[in-house]
Design a protein around this ligand. Structure first.
Ligand SMILES: C[S@@+](CC[C@H](N)C(=O)[O-])C[C@H]1O[C@@H](n2cnc3c(N)ncnc32)[C@H](O)[C@@H]1O
Length: 343
């Protein structure tokens, strides 16, 4: 028997998505993985540009998703801990304000912090959760864990890019859309505008958007968070090159690469690079031309922007979102904004 949410998702699908059925959950898997741009094509283009870069979406294969989870458990990585506390302290209030709504989450990963919200929903009545993530392995693991922990929760996941997932949820309302972990900080200006436009288009008037933001703070705290002593951030970053070796056969000697991540105060963002200590020929396509990365060159892999609440609220207003509540911690390290999609 199809549940109401599955009916709505199926009604929005234009092509055949594969269905994976697990114990107590179901996943819809996008046949158009990578938005039509393959890993190889993306790497060939961005590594060839100057300055060289790699898209951070490729960090999340099965191993990368696992490494990211380890980062969130490190003592220096305050982001997860602080946001979790904020959600724990305010989940019941959130449920009271938002009322009965389907919970959809973009970039849901392990859905660990989301449990705070799901529990508040289940305490008040029924709950239906639609996690959306490109990492099928992370999604399967998270959905299996949630279904086992909360037998009454309806879990209907989408293994897809943000914008492909957003196109499938238009029929679901009332809805609470979560975007946690300050993942929005990984977007540059153009990507953020495109993303916010897609969210604006996907939500119906009156739907809610809950957005986690890492706030500007001392460089020392930020530099420590992105350079954990146990080395998980470095492993996470270098795994992207290891993934290229595994999946694209690029044969990059990983011992010639180091991770360098630091807070750029002027641009108010952490910048994460891979630095090459030796000349390396990277051949992405078997018969394609080699790209030569010279000793001393670096490749940008990710940015993590840091935010001011007022400026972000003004930006969100341009995309039709009105601020309803700001939840924060006593040190004002992190903020969770509750917004309404205006009529
Ligand atoms: C920074 S992690 C945050 C995970 C979780 N929300 C948290 O707060 O701990 C980003 C998550 O988004 C997913 N992701 C990254 N790029 C994506 C994209 N373009 N579309 C869908 N999911 C994406 C990753 O697989 C990962 O699980």
């Amino acid at each position: 028997m199809k549940n109401a949410i599955e009916e709505k998702i199926l009604a929005c699908r234009e092509e055949e998505w594969a269905i994976v059925t697990g114990d107590g959950f179901r996943l819809h898997v996008d046949p158009n993985e990578g938005n039509g741009i393959s890993f190889a094509e993306s790497v060939a283009v961005t590594l060839g540009e100057k300055p060289r870069w790699l898209h951070c979406r490729w960090l999340y294969d099965e191993i990368g998703s696992d490494f990211y989870q380890r980062i969130t458990e490190q003592p220096e990585y305050y982001l997860t801990r602080v946001e979790d506390r904020i959600l724990a302290d305010n989940a019941a209030e959130l449920r009271r304000v938002v009322g009965d709504a389907t919970i959809v989450e973009l970039g849901s990963g392990s859905s660990t912090k989301t449990r705070r919200i799901l529990e508040a929903w289940l305490d008040a009545g029924d709950a239906c959760y639609v996690p959306i993530d490109i990492s099928l392995s992370a999604l399967e693991q998270a959905c299996g864990d949630l279904a086992a922990a909360y037998p009454d929760l309806v879990v209907e996941g989408l293994a897809a890019e943000y914008d492909r997932g957003l196109r499938l949820i238009g029929g679901i309302s009332p809805l609470l859309l979560l975007f946690l972990g300050s993942t929005i900080g990984n977007f540059n200006d153009d990507e953020m505008d495109e993303f916010l436009r897609a969210v604006q288009d996907a939500l119906n008037p009156g739907d809610r958007f809950l957005l986690g933001l890492d706030l500007i703070k001392e460089a020392e705290v930020l530099n420590a968070a992105y350079n954990d002593a146990a080395g998980w951030t470095e492993r996470f970053m270098i795994n992207l090159l290891a993934r290229m070796n595994r999946e694209l056969g690029t044969c990059i000697p990983l011992d010639s690469v180091t991770y360098d991540g630091y807070y750029n105060e002027e641009r108010e963002r952490v910048e994460m690079y891979l630095r090459f200590a030796a000349d390396v020929d990277v051949r992405v396509a078997k018969d394609g031309p080699p790209l030569v990365i010279r000793a001393g060159e670096s490749v940008m892999v990710e940015i993590s922007r840091k935010f001011r609440v007022d400026a972000m609220v003004a930006k969100l207003a341009d995309f039709g979102f009105a601020l309803e509540r700001v939840f924060t911690d006593p040190d004002e390290f992190f903020a969770v904004l509750l917004l309404t999609r205006e009529r």
